[in-house]
Design a binder for this molecule. Structure first.
Ligand code: PEP
Ligand code: MG
Length: 564
């Protein structure tokens, strides 16, 4: 028995045989036909076929997963059509009098190497895409068959999976995925979430040939892959799996039921979304609204600044599909780990503390104006609210609100209809939490972003696997700030929600509600679980007063948590 740890995506437990995903063979340097012209023609024909395949794939993905995912393959086509790729392959053919497959492989490697040398996350990602494209051309030249998955559903183990591989995979034959590379935001994790497949990424070991066919258990909730589990482990996992399955089917009964505590306090259990697919999942799970629309995905997937009309179409679709339920649209939260290909940002020593979120938008008024115009225009079609990220002070917030009011005024002067739009801030810097009293008077709501609030309070980088042990949303210091923010909101008479990952943890639902939190916004597949938790909470039978802060035995909640 071997236990391997990684980062879990989802919650499920699956038992099955491992299948090791192997990339097609890398071509060796070979002489080809010895005729560069002939090889050049073969290269061009293979590129044409690859282009057709990518176009068909893009179309298929657009229909099944949505526009954002389809854009990945549009990007691949652009890389394929980039004249540099053909030029470099042509030079290799000329110089080395080699085969078209070797030239395609080498051209992909050399161009990818140049991109990687730029040492920017975005270019490194492009390099991986470029290798994926070159490999497709090589595969066509080598008449390579796509690796079939075993008939019997398996747990797929891979060192890494490219976007083409994940998108083309027949997931009906996959029970779960274990990948040695990646992070919570990699393509594999995105695919796993969208198809509700349990997965473990950043696994501590790379798959080897011996893993093929090996019995295994994958426990996504605990971020664990167990090879050759013992009988006792299997029994324990099987029991937990049954409990989980029963729980999941019971949860389905909660669709359409109100999110209200046992003693009658209404709560909104909303969904966090980033694209059309998430939105559909939120609707399917019966979310009470969208508590956080992360608009950066729209910007990240594009290859140009999304125009006002493009953004309007996306926001309008969101508010219309929610049919009167509120959609909280967060303005662009770019910077730090999130980089745009069409507007590379200056390298910063500490990007998480750099020009990200609202700082980025204030430095680019045209980008900010375009987005605000699109949100205000969408508000004429449904219930939209605006959420400003990374606010750290009163002056900054006043500047943001003035700018936003000015944009609204311009639209009204142009005779363009605009609806009622609540204005809110993410409370995700300790500064905002500590200054809650001053900020609450300026806005309609607070949305507490516990992910960044934890990172900044505990000085623990949320992207760094080495600081994962220091990153604890339940740390009393974080709770103290959550409590302060909720109390400031209550005093100012505005509503407060939590949209960070803490909101999705049922262990904290009752505590958050007792602090006066009125909205919990979670991943779409967590909506029903949190609704159930809300419905089981009784706020009247504890030493807490709903909406007026903590009234427990100690001075504050943080200290009680420390002592418990
Ligand atoms: C947060 O910081 O808690 C949050 C919800 O925003 P994001 O995870 O997008 O930074
Ligand atoms: Mg954040």
């Amino acid at each position: 028995m071997t236990e391997l740890r990684g980062i879990g995506v989802g919650k499920g437990i699956v038992l099955g045989k491992l299948h090791v995903w192997r990339r097609g063979r890398t071509p060796e340097r070979e002489p080809g036909t010895g005729n560069p012209e002939r090889e050049r023609q073969r290269f061009q024909d293979a590129c044409a076929q690859a282009g057709q395949e990518l176009e068909a794939l893009e179309q298929r993905i657009r229909e099944s997963l949505g526009e954002e995912e389809a854009q990945v393959f549009f990007g691949h086509r652009m890389l394929l059509e980039d004249p540099l790729f053909a030029e470099m392959a042509g030079e290799i053919l000329e110089k080395e009098r080699t085969s078209a497959a070797w030239a395609a492989h080498q051209a992909g490697e050399q161009l990818a190497g140049q991109l990687e040398a730029l040492e920017e996350a975005e270019w490194v990602a492009r390099a991986a895409d470029l290798r994926d494209v070159a490999d497709r051309v090589v595969g066509i030249l080598q008449h390579r068959q796509r690796q079939p998955l075993p008939e019997e559903p398996c747990i797929l183990a891979a060192e890494d999976l490219t976007p083409s591989e994940t998108a083309q995979m027949d997931t009906s034959r996959i029970l779960g995925m274990a990948v040695s590379q990646g992070s919570l935001h990699c393509h594999t994790a995105i695919l796993a979430r969208s198809r509700n497949l349990p997965a473990v990424v950043a696994l501590e070991a790379k798959p080897t040939a011996e893993w093929e066919g090996c019995p295994a258990a994958l426990d996504a909730g605990r971020g664990l892959l167990i090879l050759n589990p013992t009988r006792e482990q299997l029994e324990e996992l099987e029991q937990r799996r049954e409990v989980e399955q029963q729980r999941q089917s019971q949860l389905q009964c909660l669709r359409g039921l109100p999110s209200v505590t046992r003693d009658g306090h209404p709560v909104s259990v909303c969904a966090n979304v980033g694209n059309q697919r998430d939105l559909e999942a939120a609707l399917a799970q019966g979310a009470d609204g969208i508590g956080l629309f992360r608009t950066e995905l729209l910007f990240l997937e594009a290859d140009h600044w999304p125009a006002e009309e493009e953004q309007l179409a996306v926001y309008r679709r969101a508010v219309e599909s929610m049919e009167g339920r509120q959609v909280v649209i967060r303005t662009l939260d770019i910077g730090a780990d999130k980089q745009l290909s069409y507007a590379p940002l200056e390298t910063e020593e500490n990007p998480a503390l750099g020009c990200r979120g609202i700082r980025f938008c204030l430095a680019r008024p045209q980008v900010f104006r375009t987005q605000l115009r699109a949100i205000y225009r969408a508000s004429a079609y449904g219930r939209a609210a605006i959420l400003y990220p990374m606010i750290a002070g009163e002056e900054e917030l006043r500047q943001v609100l003035d700018f936003s009011a000015q944009v609204r005024g311009e639209l009204e002067q142009e005779g363009i209809p605009v609806g009622q739009v609540e204005q809110g801030i993410m409370v995700e810097t300790p500064a905002a939490a500590l200054m809650g009293d001053r900020l609450a008077g300026l806005v309609d709501f607070f949305s507490i972003g516990t992910n960044d609030l934890t990172q900044y309070t505990l000085a623990a980088d949320r992207q760094n696997a080495r600081t994962a042990g220091y990153f604890a949303g339940c740390h009393p210091a974080v709770w103290r700030l959550v409590e302060e923010s909720a109390a400031a909101a209550a005093r100012a008479g505005i509503w407060v929600g939590v949209c960070g990952d803490l909101a999705g943890d049922p262990a904290y639902t009752a505590l958050l509600l007792r602090l006066g939190v009125r909205e919990l916004s979670v991943a779409p597949f967590q909506v029903l679980e949190i609704r159930r938790q809300v419905r089981e909470t009784d706020l009247s039978d504890k030493a807490f007063a709903f909406g007026s802060g903590y009234a427990g035995s100690n001075k504050n909640l943080a200290e009680d948590l420390e002592q418990s």
